[in-house]
Design a protein. Structure first.
Length: 644
């Protein structure tokens, strides 16, 4: 195949869109579609290699695999080595351990399955994942493994015409599944080969079923239409768009049309700038995301001004120094031991696994920093959170003597984090408490979350309330604890920020799209209904909100010590009231209406003009809003009268 200047120019348009989107999402809200463009290009080129070889009876799997490894692994390998060296000096233990985990999965090309288990590609907290972008490399590599295997296998039974038809069938199946699964589980759908294969197969169809387009006018028109579809995608779509469902057809069809047109003389695609960026596009893609995360990690302002040109420059250097080096391909399995990329993968996999297994090689940090970082994992040791069990099953986490239960603790992860503060004043050989908690699920009737597609919390709360109101726990005090504000105003910590900053995550009944004011009113009414129902059978208590900081306290303090830096993490009492004041008033009013007692942590945690985050030279939070096992004991006096 002759060199395709149009395809090389397309790479430039794709990678620049992705880079701009990652540095400044508001510039190109749909810039993530650049990855879809890459997938179609990759499918076209790989299909051409495979089917030409199959048609000529000289296709060789080993040669194909080693050629792909020579192309992908060296740049990725150098980038991951650079990140691990950086991490050794500048990442705190949990972050370095997490980097090791990501490197391991990226270099072994299954990082897509790992990131599919997270919050999602578009969530703000994913800007702390140094190798998030490698999900697409993993998808491509998985396609490179399975697609030629399928073709080689079926070649034994099918002729070329039927093999082409097989590709068409696979395209249709993957596309239909992509539409279905994107609606059902948008997070995993974004990352998986099964929902992305159709994009690469569409590129393959461009090779297998080329249109005979004659005349420059028709070719120019098709190419212009393709460019228009791609560019429109960059500006029209956003993280709110269900992806990669049927909307992904627009940029992929645009790429398909450009490939079919075959026009090589286009000022947009064929100019020297586009051709240069196209040549460096793979390296730019590999390096740009760690540069994005670096700016976020070190809190650089206006980082895009420097980060974008730095990404392009590193891409240029990487192309010149790494990509242009020609490595040998092989044709026999027994020769694989000669493949240099194989040793790069093995070495990096071993080192990254060691980093992961040793908690970030924890012994190379000073003891004080390690102690700060340890608070991150200093949570409830009893494993009370029901989110770890069956979806709707209610786990009764009994602490102490189950024959003499003194209190029921109900709520979300904040209730879980304060469970041992309640039990602290008891003789657990003779007395006990029951914690009935689930992360992201306070005990409120009718409570639903947009992020909870299966309405698990709604169903769980029905079961939880039925248990509490049963004769089993009759007249035992119930303590309501919840992080109520976060379900309306979103996360306070930018590293954990989600899509529900500008609109409430919570909704009730058919009121799916609520204003913040309406959400507070509805939450207050449903909380009141729940509390009043419980108070008919139980002495009822409710805790006012815990002060929330804008950072993970252990991470920031440990990072400051490592980098010899000082971050202002103070929270004034007024700052606490600005975020939680409205909810405090709702709780006071509801408690009064239901005859419940209000427990207030503010006099303890915010006794002066500021709220504390350390006590006796030790941190009291395990992130920005959950008290640690050490810190929660400061609130034990609040619960003494409850469990007496």
């Amino acid at each position: 195949m002759n060199f395709r200047y149009d395809i090389n120019g397309l790479r430039a348009i794709a990678v620049l869109a992705v880079v701009f989107f990652h540095f400044q999402p508001n510039w190109l809200t749909g810039g993530f579609a650049g990855v879809d463009v890459f997938f179609v290009i990759s499918g076209f080129l790989m299909t051409s290699i495979i089917f030409r070889g199959v048609d000529n009876n000289n296709f060789n799997l080993v040669r194909f695999y080693t050629a792909r490894a020579n192309r992908i692994i060296p740049v990725l390998g150098v980038a991951t080595i650079a990140l691990m060296i950086f991490g050794w000096f500048y990442l705190i233990p949990p972050d370095f351990r997490e980097l090791g985990r990501q490197v391991e999965k990226s270099i072994l090309f299954y990082s897509n399955t790992y990131f599919a288990k997270g919050a999602g590609y578009f969530e703000t907290n994913d800007t702390t994942k140094w190798l998030l972008h490698t999900w697409s490399l993993s998808v491509e590599w998985q396609f490179y493994i399975f697609f030629p295997l399928i073709i080689v296998l079926f070649k034994k039974f099918l002729n070329i015409r039927k093999l082409k038809f097989l590709v068409l069938i696979m395209f249709i199946l993957s596309f239909v599944f992509s539409i279905y699964w994107s609606q059902k589980d948008g997070v995993s759908a974004y990352f998986m080969l099964s929902t992305r294969a159709w994009e690469m197969l569409l590129g393959g169809l461009a090779f297998l079923y080329p249109l005979n387009i004659t005349g420059k006018v028709k070719q120019y028109f098709l190419q212009f239409l393709g460019l228009l579809l791609i560019v429109v995608s960059y500006f029209v779509f956003s993280k709110e768009t269900i992806w990669p469902g049927y909307w992904a057809l627009i940029p992929t069809l645009g790429t398909y049309f450009i490939i079919l047109s075959g026009m090589q003389n286009n000022i947009i695609l064929s100019n020297i700038f586009s051709q240069s960026i196209g040549k460096w596009s793979y390296s730019i893609y590999v390096w740009h995301w760690p540069i994005v995360v670096l700016g976020f990690y070190l809190s650089f302002s206006d980082w895009y001004i420097y980060g974008i040109p730095l990404s392009i420059f590193l891409g240029f250097l990487s192309y010149q120094l790494i990509e242009k080096r020609k490595l040998q391909t092989y044709e026999f399995w027994k020769e694989l031991y000669k493949s240099k990329p194989l040793y790069i993968v093995l070495m990096i996999a071993l080192v990254s696994t060691y980093i992961k297994k040793t908690n970030g090689v924890i012994n190379h940090y000073e003891e004080k920093l390690v102690n700060f970082a340890k608070e991150i994992n200093n949570g409830n040791p009893y494993g009370c959170d029901s989110v770890k069990g069956e979806k709707e099953s209610v786990y009764e986490c009994i602490i102490g003597n189950k024959e003499n239960i003194k209190a029921l603790i109900v709520g979300d992860s904040h209730a879980d984090s304060l469970t041992t503060a309640v039990s602290d004043g008891l003789n657990l050989d003779k007395e006990g408490v029951v914690s009935i908690v689930r992360s992201g699920c306070p005990l409120i009737k009718g409570f639903n979350l947009h992020s909870d597609d299966e309405n698990i919390c709604l169903k769980y709360n029905k079961n939880r309330l039925a248990l509490i109101q049963s004769d089993k726990y009759s007249n035992i005090p119930v303590i309501f604890i919840g992080r109520f504000v976060s379900y309306i105003d979103g996360q306070n910590d930018p590293e954990r920020a989600d899509a529900y900053i500008n609109r409430p995550n919570v909704y009730f009944g058919d009121q799916h799209f609520m204003t913040h004011d309406n959400a507070y009113v509805a939450l207050g009414e449903h909380l009141k209904e729940t509390m009043c129902e419980v108070s008919k059978k139980h002495p009822t208590f409710i805790l006012q909100p815990i002060p929330e900081f804008k950072f993970s306290i252990p991470k920031v303090v440990a990072r400051d010590l490592l980098l010899n830096h000082k971050t202002d993490i103070s929270l004034t009492k007024q700052g606490y009231l600005n975020r939680s004041g409205r909810m405090r008033r709702i709780i006071e009013a509801n408690a009064k209406a239901c005859g419940a007692t209000v427990l207030d942590p503010m006099p303890i945690l915010c006794s002066t003009g500021n709220c504390i985050y350390e006590y006796s030279d030790r941190l009291i939070y395990r992130d920005g809003d959950h008290l640690s096992e050490y810190g929660n004991k400061l609130l034990s006096p609040l619960f003494k009268d409850v469990v007496k």
